[in-house]
Design a protein around this ligand. Structure first.
Ligand SMILES: Cc1cc2nc3c(=O)[nH]c(=O)nc-3n(C[C@H](O)[C@H](O)[C@H](O)COP(=O)(O)O)c2cc1C
Length: 357
């Protein structure tokens, strides 16, 4: 349906216009009484895929990555599609317009997107209003800082995010890895990151200690810096790491828009993010849950990240190219791959590729 009807229409529009139209439709679907509950019932993943993490059931290891639903407008529908969880945001304390358009580019022959959105979002107040609706799976809130907040005061923005949304979130992701907010990535260095994340952890422990707090890293750090940041996060006892955000790399792209500024996502990121998942798994001895994200288009891609050590996997770009039936197909494919390899449950496969190598 998506490939034959919706995609040809949407791909005739510029990428951001198509995005807004899709979000509008998805938000409307969520307002039809009973509809998303019906869909969620139809698309419920196999019990083979369910895991309990941080005291909550994740019905599938597959989740929606941050950035698609920045304001949590379509949570009822996105959490009904077979995803085990969804990450909304990045949200900043105050609403902000983001960068000037155009700022989102499709690179179809590369299976990729380039974006320099710049945290366009309606602020924590709007998100709070949206998060009061139904959800069919856990929803994490990805928090960031406003563009005009200097890095020295960044912690205040992240703490504001926590205070505004802790009652409505099922977890937080500290985003210090978007390439589109000037200077943001410098917060990823081990020392700075520890101070920031320590403050967030303290606040969450006071307000709602059961909520997981994860940290999302970039794929573009030097190996030594990446290892230092991962070690620092393990020492702080964060709940998990999200690996990875978009890349500034441009290797092997064909499309004419390949030199557009911004973060690259999709197929070209797949191998790099999977390798970083394996590296993180090795560095932490498999003790820290990892969320693998980058270029997941198929069940095989998701499975590769699980074998590399990811307990959970997320996607964004492939949904643009393959449509809303994708989570169901990936869930079904994962069940087959697990069965093929003799696993009775997804948790047995987490890190199996790293342990055996
Ligand atoms: C248009 C667009 C906007 C994004 N916005 C955010 C964001 O606000 N916060 C964030 O942490 N990641 C953001 N991401 C990154 C994704 O969450 C994900 O890490 C990345 O796209 C790699 O996954 P993918 O290859 O499945 O798309 C964005 C990605 C895209 C394509």
């Amino acid at each position: 349906m998506y490939a034959r009807f919706a995609k040809p229409l949407l791909f005739r529009l510029d990428a951001e216009h198509a995005h807004h139209l899709t979000m509008h439709g998805a938000a409307l679907a969520g307002r039809v009484p009973g509809l998303t509950g019906l869909i969620a019932g139809q698309l419920r993943p196999s019990p083979v895929l369910a895991q309990t993490l941080w005291g909550r059931v994740y019905s599938s290891p597959l989740g929606l990555a941050a950035g698609l639903d920045k304001n949590a407008e379509a949570v009822p529908l996105f959490t009904a599609l077979g995803f085990g969880f969804a990450e909304v945001g990045t949200v900043t304390p105050r609403s902000q317009p983001g960068n000037p358009q155009p700022r989102l580019f499709r690179l179809p022959e590369d299976g990729a997107l380039i974006n320099r959105m710049g945290f366009n979002n309606g602020g924590t107040g709007l998100m709070a209003a949206h998060l009061k609706g139904v959800r069919h799976a856990p929803v994490w809130v990805n928090i960031g800082k406003n563009k005009d907040t200097p890095n020295e005061q960044a912690a205040r923005d992240y703490l504001d995010g926590v205070r505004a949304l802790y009652r409505l979130a099922d977890g937080f992701v500290v985003n210090v890895s978007s390439p589109n907010t000037p200077g943001l990535r410098s917060l990823q260095a081990a020392g700075e990151l520890s101070r920031l994340v320590d403050a967030v952890l303290d606040e969450v422990r006071i307000l709602r200690p059961e909520l997981p707090v994860l940290v999302k890293l970039s794929p573009d750090m030097e190996a030594g810096d990446f290892a230092a940041s991962v070690q620092a996060m393990a020492e702080l006892n964060v709940s998990g790491l999200v690996i990875s955000n978009t890349t500034l790399g441009r290797d092997g792209l064909k499309h004419a828009d390949r030199e557009e500024a911004g973060g690259l996502s999709g197929r070209p990121l797949e191998a790099r993010s999977t390798a970083l998942v394996a590296e993180t798994y090795r560095l932490t001895g498999g003790r820290l849950p990892i969320v693998g994200v980058g270029g997941v288009f198929t069940a095989q891609d998701a499975y590769a990240k699980i074998l590399a050590g990811a307990s959970l996997v997320e996607l964004y770009t492939s949904l643009v190219y393959q449509g809303p039936g994708l989570p169901r197909r990936i869930n079904a494919g994962l069940v087959q791959l697990l069965r093929r390899d003799g696993y009775t449950h997804v948790s047995e496969a987490v890190g199996a590729g790293v342990k055996n190598s």
